[in-house]
Structure formats: structure tokens, C-alpha cells
Design a protein around this ligand. Structure first.
Ligand code: IPE
Ligand code: MG
Length: 232
């Protein structure tokens, strides 16, 4: 979700106004995903590198995060949304950690959209925390190093229990992954748009889905193999 600051600068507003407008875009996009039957939506809300921003901006982002969670949880729960958080939450204030735990508990049984918020998340952190846990299994004698495969390793990364992402959307014109779900994006279709996040609307999501639908996903096979399997 990139472009909040630029959206505000274009209007001679403080960057924080862009973040507030970005929170409204989150509400719109979550609703659009729920309505069109998307199973899992993961939003990169705050990266492990965002701590490098000015302290006042971090403070505003944390307040907005807590306030949005508090004000939206009832609406999300009523919409049958299951909330999940990935990332190292120990860095957050006890109040915010408490909101996170409560939001997850309250919506755990919901069967609609799974909404994953990546907060203090980094793709490299994710791989390292998985490696630490795998190393623990080896030390405990439950796993031999030679028995480790990508499939087994996958069980230890975040989101191992949901399907791998089909589509990655980055707003704001930059064309990079910026340490998002590095392991999980191995076969994900990448889609980049100039649209700034606060302007992102259901129509933009529909454009991204249409672009996705026009791609042929080969997963290492040839185009002929994939086309043949589709006709079989
Ligand atoms: C993304 O918008 C929001 C967060 C990282 C929290 P930016 O704040 O990165 O917006 P730009 O890139 O300055 O426009
Ligand atoms: Mg940015």
C-alpha cells in the first residue's frame, strides 16, 4: 500500500493526512475483496524497515493502527472477516498487542475473507524465524538436516496454512517487492500500478484482477503443456 505521503504532498497536506486517507482505502478494498469472494487478502501495513521513518510519523502510524483496529473490528466481525496478523509484534505497545490478540480471537471462527495484516513484517525476518524454528527441531532430534525440503520448510513460514498468493499488487508506481512475502511470492503474479494508495478503489482492484485473469501461469511447465491440461 504505497503512495500515502505523495497523495498528501500533492494536496499540500501533511503526510499523516495521506495515512488517514489510506486507512479509508483499506476499508474500501477489504469490502470489495469480501464481495467478490477473494479468500485471503494480505496488506503490508508496516514493514520492519518503516521504523527508520521520523519518530513523529511512526507515532501517528501506530495511533492510526490502534484506532482503526478499534473502530473497524465490529464491522469486520459482522462481515464475517477473519483477521490475522503476521510480523514481529513484540515491538508494539502492550495496548496495541492487546488489540491484535483480541481482534484475532474475536474473528477466529469467521468463514469469509481472511484479512492478514503484515505489521512489523519483513520477508527476510520471516525466513529467518522459520529457520530458527527448523533449527530447533533439528536440535531436539525431531528432524535430520538432510530431510529438510522446501515443502517442510514452508510449514514454518508465515501463512503456511493458507494458499500461496496468486496476485501481488503494489500501488504508487514503484516496481519492487521491498521485503514483502519473499518466500511466499515465488510463483505469484506481480502487478504494479501508478495509482496512489489513498485513491485505490474497487475499479482498480477489478483492473488488477482482469490483468491477472489474462496471464498464463506455467509453474515451470511449457505454455503448450498448460494449454493442453486446460483443454483436457
Ligand atoms: C505507504 O505510503 C504507507 C506506509 C508505509 C505506512 P508512504 O508513506 O510510503 O507514501 P509515499 O511513498 O511517501 O508516497
Ligand atoms: Mg512509500
Amino acid at each position: 500500500m504505497d503512495g500515502n505521503g505523495r497523495w498528501a504532498q500533492q494536496r499540500s497536506l501533511p503526510r499523516t493526512a495521506g495515512h488517514r486517507e489510506g486507512a479509508k482505502a483499506v476499508r474500501r478494498v477489504v469490502q470489495a475483496c469480501s464481495e467478490c469472494g477473494i479468500e485471503v487478502l494480505t496488506l503490508f501495513a508496516f514493514s520492519s524497515e518503516n521504523w527508520r521513518r521520523p519518530q513523529w510519523e511512526i507515532d501517528v502510524l501506530m495511533k492510526l493502527f490502534a484506532a482503526t483496529l478499534r473502530s473497524e473490528i465490529r464491522r469486520l466481525d459482522n462481515a464475517n472477516v477473519r483477521l490475522r496478523f503476521i510480523g514481529d509484534q513484540r515491538a508494539f505497545s502492550p495496548t496495541l498487542q492487546n488489540y491484535i490478540v483480541k481482534a484475532e480471537r474475536r474473528t477466529a471462527g469467521n468463514t469469509g475473507l481472511t484479512l492478514v495484516i503484515a505489521a512489523n513484517y519483513g520477508g527476510r525476518w520471516d525466513v529467518v524465524q522459520a529457520a530458527q524454528r527448523v533449527a530447533g527441531e533439528v536440535v531436539a532430534g525431531r528432524l535430520q538436516p538432510d530431510d529438510l525440503t522446501p515443502e517442510i520448510f514452508h510449514r514454518y513460514v508465515s501463512l503456511a496454512d493458507v494458499p500461496e498468493p496468486d496476485l501481488f499488487i503494489r500501488t504508487g508506481g514503484e516496481q519492487r517487492i521491498s521485503n514483502f512475502l519473499l518466500w511466499q511470492l515465488a510463483y505469484t503474479e506481480l502487478y504494479f500500478t501508478e495509482r496512489l494508495w489513498p485513491d485505490y478503489a474497487a475499479a482498480d482492484l477489478a483492473d488488477a484482477c482482469a490483468a491477472f485473469a489474462s496471464r498464463q501461469r506455467r509453474f515451470g511447465q511449457t505454455g503448450e503443456q498448460v494449454a493442453g491440461a486446460a483443454h483436457a
